[in-house]
Design a protein around this ligand. Structure first.
Ligand SMILES: Nc1ncnc2c1ncn2[C@@H]1O[C@H](COP(=O)(O)OP(=O)(O)OP(=O)(O)O)[C@@H](O)[C@H]1O
Length: 198
């Protein structure tokens, strides 16, 4: 059985990941796609108030479970669009350890901070300052910027345009993929992006 393709969107809250994912499901006409969002997994959790330690442990298990659910869906041939916030280094490490690098198209979803703050205020359903808190973390691993297959700037492009850009990129996926390159660099203790020679 051929494993499914995983278009993996990483960006801060309000960067436009879910909007792009919805458009991707509309524009991708090669097969059946599923949108897997970490928010949807969080929404499945018991509503009871948890203490800080219990909440931390539960959030970590939710995310580890989410990563393995992605792997399981793809393993049996489902094509996926994943929407995630890699704001802690272990989340990327865990994804690199459970997903097949050759199946992953790694997409950096970027947006300028002032626009993120404007959107966050306008939508009103996210804690104020959340995007700003994640801004310096999601596209970094250690001291380096994360190396993606493709990046979108939602400050410049609509969700539909970003989806079309990703679709146009798919036939040109490099080998090794960004996940393949990251896996090798991180296992060798190197930075997340190749440092240009001086
Ligand atoms: N390219 C864009 N241009 C203008 N507004 C956008 C764009 N993309 C998304 N938005 C708006 O920004 C808000 C957040 O978008 P969306 O829910 O897609 O972000 P998200 O990254 O999935 O956020 P979260 O991780 O918090 O769920 C929405 O109100 C959406 O309409």
């Amino acid at each position: 059985m051929t494993p499914g393709r995983i278009i993996f969107l990483n960006g801060t809250s309000s960067s436009g990941k879910s909007s792009i994912a919805r458009e991707l499901l509309d524009v991708l006409d090669d097969g059946v796609h599923f949108h897997l969002a970490v928010d949807a997994f969080n929404a499945m959790r018991t509503r009871r108030d948890l203490g800080p330690e219990e909440l931390d442990a539960s959030l970590r298990r939710t995310r580890r479970g989410f990563h393995r659910a992605i792997a399981a869906m793809a393993e049996v041939g489902n094509d996926l669009v994943v929407d995630h916030v890699l704001s802690e280094p272990w989340r990327l490490r865990d994804c690199l350890s459970v997903l097949r690098p050759e199946d992953v198209v790694f997409v950096g979803v970027r947006c300028p901070l002032d626009e993120l703050t404007r959107r966050e205020r306008a939508r009103g359903d996210r804690p104020p300052g959340l995007a700003a808190l994640q801004y310096d973390q999601v596209h970094r691993y250690g001291d380096a910027d994360i190396d993606y297959d493709i990046e979108c700037d939602t400050g410049l492009s609509s969700p539909r345009d970003c989806a079309e850009q990703i679709k146009a990129f798919l036939p040109h996926r490099p080998t090794p993929t960004a996940f393949g390159r990251l896996r090798e660099r991180l296992s060798a203790g190197e930075p997340a992006r190749q440092v240009p020679a001086r």
